[in-house]
Design a protein around this ligand. Structure first.
Ligand code: SAH
Length: 370
């Protein structure tokens, strides 16, 4: 007796893969567009309600496929309007997604992995260790859940989400294929219809993957730099030992040059008191970034227990910013949003079933030091 094969989760099929799915069923391409709309725009997870498909086709789909959604286990609202969802993924780990409303836009911060393997010294996600990559369904499922939370049943969803940033847990370029498929869905008119300028991938600089990204998709890019020289960056972002700053900057420029418009990269720089926030370091950063079309986003460090780091005073933050502006750069300071619900950058931890035992080592080290 043969076992029943596992059903395909249609939530996680990119537009291209959805077309292939219908081709396999002997159906025309436009079926893919219809079902993408049902799932991502109407939030419909029951084939029986998809009334523009014949009963026969609905039965055929139900035989081989399903629409399985991530389970929301917890939801929180910050006093400033920021929302956070904790979603449970198969295997028991949890992932966090954050929605940040602003005057003229609503940004969703999406996770790409459960935990993170990069071990930044100042990121609490990294301190939790790494468990696994998220599937396409789990990545786009975060957008689905957030989008549907603003929507009345039976109606087309409202467009409250105008921007998506892949800046939640994980390094998106280390989960390349799944992240690319999920971003295709974010930009597809039958799904979320976001413009390529409003979907941003944030990376610590996995150089070969950045080159590959430029070959397959056109999205906006954010690069997590955090230090103006290799010596300091090696310490803060250990990945730098593999792909030093020079290589990262060249790859960033190569990526930008492939885009059809003159888009700038965002350079993210987390400011940590007494570590990378000195005026000399601002000058060094200015010099380094002269060769990159970019805007610089300064992120004052968001503390978490036992990190050993401090957020600089506002004065130091402004001094650093003003130096960069004097040197001719475009600079913004990321306002801290949602920190009352632990939703700010670097505070997303979920509950990671760590496979690297890093969290154990970290906890031991903290116990020894405190
Ligand atoms: N791995 C990707 C995306 C996730 S992190 C990347 O590195 O870009 C998103 C941003 O938050 C990164 O720039 C990261 O450096 C920053 N960040 C991490 N921990 C932080 C903290 N405690 N305070 C402020 N920013 C932090």
């Amino acid at each position: 007796m043969s076992e029943t094969p596992e059903k395909i989760n249609l939530l996680g099929l990119s537009p291209e893969k959805m077309e292939a799915f219908f081709a396999d069923l002997g159906e025309k391409k436009f079926r893919a567009q219809q079902i993408l709309k049902w799932i991502h725009q109407f939030g419909e997870a029951n084939f029986d309600n998809m009334t523009n498909m014949s009963k026969g086709l609905r039965a055929k789909m139900a035989d081989v496929a399903e629409i399985a959604l991530p389970e929301v286990v917890y939801e929180d609202f910050s006093a400033d309007g920021t929302r956070k969802w904790v979603m449970k993924m198969p295997g028991g780990s949890a992932v966090e997604t954050v929605y940040i409303p602003e005057k003229d836009r609503g940004t969703l911060c999406v996770s790409s992995q459960i935990g993170c393997s990069l071990d930044y010294s100042f990121c609490s996600t990294g301190k939790q260790g790494f468990n696994r990559d998220l599937t396409v369904a789990e990545i786009i499922g975060q957008v689905y859940v957030a989008a549907m939370s603003f929507h009345e049943p039976g109606e087309r969803r409202e467009r409250r989400i105008t921007n998506v940033v892949m800046m939640g847990m994980g390094e998106p370029l280390l989960n390349f294929d799944n992240v690319v498929d999920a971003m295709q869905l974010m930009m597809d008119d039958n799904a979320y219809g976001l413009s390529k300028r409003r979907v941003t991938l944030s990376t610590s600089g996995v150089v070969p993957m950045l080159d590959k990204l430029g070959e397959v998709i056109d999205v906006s890019l954010a690069v997590s730099l955090h230090a103006p020289n290799d010596e300091l960056r090696n310490e803060l972002v250990p990945l730098n030992r593999k792909y030093p700053i020079r290589e990262l900057i060249d790859a960033t420029n190569r990526y930008l040059s492939k885009l059809p418009d003159r888009r700038k990269a965002t350079i993210e720089y987390t400011l940590i008191d007494g570590v990378n926030d000195d005026i000399e370091q601002a000058r060094e950063l200015s010099q380094l970034l002269k060769q990159v079309p970019c805007k610089i986003n300064l992120i004052p460090f968001n503390p978490f227990p036992n990190s050993g780091y401090k957020r600089p005073s506002n004065n130091r933050v402004y001094r650093f910013r003003d130096q960069l502006i004097n040197d001719g750069h475009i600079v913004t300071i990321r306002s801290t949003r949602g920190d009352d619900i632990d939703a700010a950058c670097g505070q997303l931890v979920g509950k990671v079933a760590d496979r690297t035992r890093r969290s154990e080592r970290y906890i031991k080290a903290v116990q020894v030091n405190s």
